[in-house]
Design a protein around this ligand. Structure first.
Ligand SMILES: Cc1cc2nc3c(=O)[nH]c(=O)nc-3n(C[C@H](O)[C@H](O)[C@H](O)COP(=O)(O)O)c2cc1C
Length: 281
């Protein structure tokens, strides 16, 4: 299969670099083709601005969304944007390797999404407004995995941990940016406590990542609810009987009660004692 690895770290001796190198070795050993975008090494331009549209009359005020859609459709985007879109289209799976910075993505990665996920490509697909989104879209059929290093200890990201669950913090990327144009998003792989990690911890992290990569095409994706499969009758809001009584992020995980509780608990979305649900049902 074809794997696109987006690697985000400024330091070639970092834990992230070690995990990237291990990921490439494992994926190749498994028989996959691998392409890598190393955003810092590429000096990726993170800011979305008028320079992204070299053929546009930039004396006019910039409406980024409109300009992005026109440039995508007419093949007049900046070359770096078009090259990343080509890699996304090529890939069967996209793996992101990055550190958690301020509860989210390093800015260079956010800027990669802002610029590469163009209007008419990743949103407004087929010129049909919101018709194709959340499970449907240009990237449907592709898998994606976030591999994230986290400075703080796992307990801080537990169901009632002081930082909030990691899957909540990453929901803007997993649900809002990757599931939105149709990708199947695997549960996040995280290495915690990276500020103090020793050699044994690095080895454990490499082994754990390896296990996830070997199962890249086998693991069940996070069952985000698809927009067009009935749970959102008006394409905007959940039907009253779907995840009744649950609001916010956990409501968008698709399973029926009581399994919604099991799934939510398993993914750290909510804290539910195991005695209150039957994970086997
Ligand atoms: C700008 C910045 C912001 C950070 N924000 C967080 C954070 O919000 N939560 C956290 O647990 N660790 C945070 N960290 C720690 C990093 O996650 C940690 O340094 C990284 O995972 C270690 O991997 P590396 O050696 O490959 O950089 C932050 C580090 C930096 C430099």
């Amino acid at each position: 299969m074809k794997i696109f690895l987006v690697y985000v770290h400024p330091n070639p001796r970092s834990l992230n670099a070690t995990l990237r190198d291990h990921a490439i070795a494992v994926l190749k050993r498994e028989g996959h083709e691998v392409r890598v975008s190393d955003l810092y090494a590429m000096k990726w331009k993170a800011v979305a601005d008028a320079d992204d549209f070299p053929e546009r009359d930039n004396s006019l005020p910039l409406e980024y969304m409109t300009a992005s859609g026109e440039a995508y459709e007419t093949g007049t985007q900046a070359e770096d944007i078009a090259a990343e879109q080509e890699k996304l289209k090529w890939a069967d799976a996209v793996v992101f390797q990055f550190p958690l910075w301020w509860f989210g993505l390093p800015a260079i990665l956010k800027g990669w999404i802002d610029r590469v996920f163009a209007f008419k490509f990743a949103y407004g697909y087929k010129n049909a407004g919101n018709t194709y989104r959340y499970g449907d879209g240009a990237l449907a059929g592709k898998r994606t995995l976030l591999s994230v290093t986290v400075g703080g200890p796992e307990v801080d990201y537990g169901p009632r941990g002081i930082n909030g669950p990691l899957e909540h913090l990453l929901f803007p990327m997993t649900h809002g940016s990757l599931f939105f144009p149709g990708m199947s998003v695997l549960p996040t792989f995280a290495v915690y406590g990276t500020v103090k990690v020793d050699e044994a911890g690095v080895d454990a992290a490499k082994h754990a990542l390896e296990a996830r990569l070997v199962h890249l095409f086998l693991d069940e994706p996070t069952p985000f609810r698809a927009q067009n499969e009935g749970d959102y009758p008006d394409r905007h809001t959940l039907a009253p009987h779907i995840a009744a009584g649950i609001s916010g992020i956990p409501a968008h995980i698709a399973t029926r009660l009581p399994n919604v509780l099991a799934t939510a608990a398993a993914m750290n979305f909510v804290d539910i004692p195991e005695t209150e649900y039957d994970a086997e049902e």
